[in-house]
Design a protein around this ligand. Structure first.
Ligand code: HEC
Length: 152
């Protein structure tokens, strides 16, 4: 017979494992999924995690400028997407990941060449690509990525 206490333990541990699976980052290295966008002590994080946090910050910077009617400069190409090591190699060593990477890098280049008028739709395409890659290989951060869509 399951009493209340053991039911509670089973439910809590299943919730924990679902969260771990969804977060996809840091599964092997940390006992808890991280919720910080910037880790002050990043030694334990994969190259891809660190790169993604920079991409998140940079996209936020771009969002603010685009919403203010400006076209922000591209500060870097994020070409390391093609080579950075991930927490789990299977997440990045597949054709889907490579296709989304190519598309994302291409959009960044198009953003750089775009007029102010075109830049907001290209920006939206970039965020859509973040979402699409994440839906395919790493759904955990999608909640945060959604916040990068333009307000109107
Ligand atoms: C080509 C696929 C792909 C694209 C495009 C992509 N991501 Fe990621 N992202 C990943 C993968 C894979 C991981 C897991 C990295 C790891 O755990 O090593 C990840 C992890 C993350 C994380 C968690 C980092 C951490 O550990 O704290 C955030 C946040 C994130 N991505 C945001 C973004 C944002 C914002 C964009 C677009 C500006 C984006 N991603 C575009 C594949 C992608």
């Amino acid at each position: 017979m399951l009493n209340f206490e053991s039911m509670r333990k089973i439910i809590l541990s299943s919730v924990f494992f679902v969260l771990m699976a969804l977060s996809c980052a840091n599964v092997t290295k940390h006992s808890k999924p991280t919720t910080q966008s910037v880790n002050p002590n990043p030694d334990g994080d994969s190259e891809m995690s660190l790169l993604m946090r920079e991409m998140l910050d940079d996209a936020l910077r771009m969002k603010k400028a685009v919403e203010a009617g400006q076209k922000p400069k591209l500060l870097r190409s994020f070409i390391e997407l093609e080579t950075a090591e991930a927490t789990r190699e299977s997440k990045v060593d597949n054709d889907e990941f490579r296709a989304f990477t190519d598309h994302y890098l291409d959009l960044l280049q198009r953003f750089e060449r775009s007029s102010v008028a075109e830049s907001s739709s290209i920006y939206t395409g970039m965020i859509q690509t973040c979402m699409n890659c994440h839906a395919a290989v790493c759904p955990g951060p999608m909640v945060r990525i959604k916040q990068l869509y333009l307000a109107n």
